[in-house]
Design a protein around this ligand. Structure first.
Ligand code: SAM
Length: 256
């Protein structure tokens, strides 16, 4: 049995390795269709920020999108590059939302599935928004999502909750156990991911902690109004519903 704890920021190798297995089943039914529709209607170049293992990117590319991707995790990007033909590798670069740079603009930039929640400080959040805005063509849009804080979970957190159990190869199991630690003053939920998987006749273990910075509605609005974006709209789900007390997501659509 091996036990490694990794508290560094970047998504680690075991997390990247099992990401698709876990999130294709957990997340595709929620956001896949929404982002594919937006990407297919963009009408020009698209950038996915926090492209990860390409859960959304590879489908978009296969459907003919002129799409590029950036991410700060070498391990996530390596999984994605393994899925792409060599002549498409130029589309993927290791860059940070805060200071990425391209010498061309985009008609649509997306940061799906909590990417913005990895930015803890106001300065980083604002720099990120303004850098995205700078890279949009006129009439370009930026879409990102963050979760609506669940008040019950903010008080009690999750304690050793098994959110995934399955086989990654015939006869080889992987299990993920999640514990969360809310911090109301710093507006973060630190998520501890405990992965266990069968390999080489033993059970491997990897622990990784990552803080997610949560937002309430009006903080999000104030932030957007401080940014260079001229307009924005916050939706309450991936079907275009208005915000309400039933909303679980803030889906933010910003215009240059
Ligand atoms: C939850 S994953 C989402 C991946 C993919 N967009 C999806 O929907 O499956 C968040 C991704 O954002 C990346 N990320 C975190 N902070 C970032 C930053 N500052 N700039 C660019 N990417 C970042 C992480 O490395 C990770 O791959």
């Amino acid at each position: 049995m091996s036990d490694k704890t990794n508290t560094s920021f970047g998504y680690p190798e075991p997390f990247a390795r099992f990401y698709d297995l876990i999130y294709h089943s957990m997340r595709d039914s929620v956001d896949h269709e929404y982002f594919q529709n937006e990407i297919s209607q963009a009408g020009g170049k698209v950038l996915e920020i926090g492209v990860g293992t390409g859960r959304l990117f590879t489908d978009a590319l296969n459907r003919g999108a002129d799409i590029y991707g950036i991410d700060v995790s070498r391990h996530m990007i390596d999984v994605l590059l393994g899925k792409l033909d060599k002549d498409q590798h130029h589309r993927i670069t290791l860059q940070n939302i805060i200071d990425f740079s391209f010498d061309f603009g985009f008609d649509l930039i997306v940061a799906p599935f909590r990417v913005i929640m990895h930015l803890a400080g106001k300065e980083d959040q604002l720099n990120a928004l303004n850098n995205v805005c700078r890279h949009l063509n006129s009439n370009g849009r930026f879409i990102f999502d963050v979760f609506v804080p669940d008040l019950k979970q903010l008080i009690s957190g999750l304690n050793n909750f098994t959110d995934f159990e399955g086989e990654y190869e015939p006869g080889k199991k992987v299990r993920r156990i999640v514990t969360t630690q809310p911090d109301l003053i710093n507006q973060t939920i630190t998520v501890n991911f405990h992965l266990e998987w069968d390999e080489d006749n033993s059970v491997n273990i990897h622990n990784w902690e990552v803080p997610l910075r949560f937002f309430f509605r009006y903080e999000l609005e104030h932030l957007l109004e401080r940014s260079d974006f001229s307009k924005y709209k916050i939706l309450g789900d991936y079907h275009g519903k208005e915000l309400s007390n039933d909303s679980r997501e803030f889906i933010v659509v910003c215009r240059k």
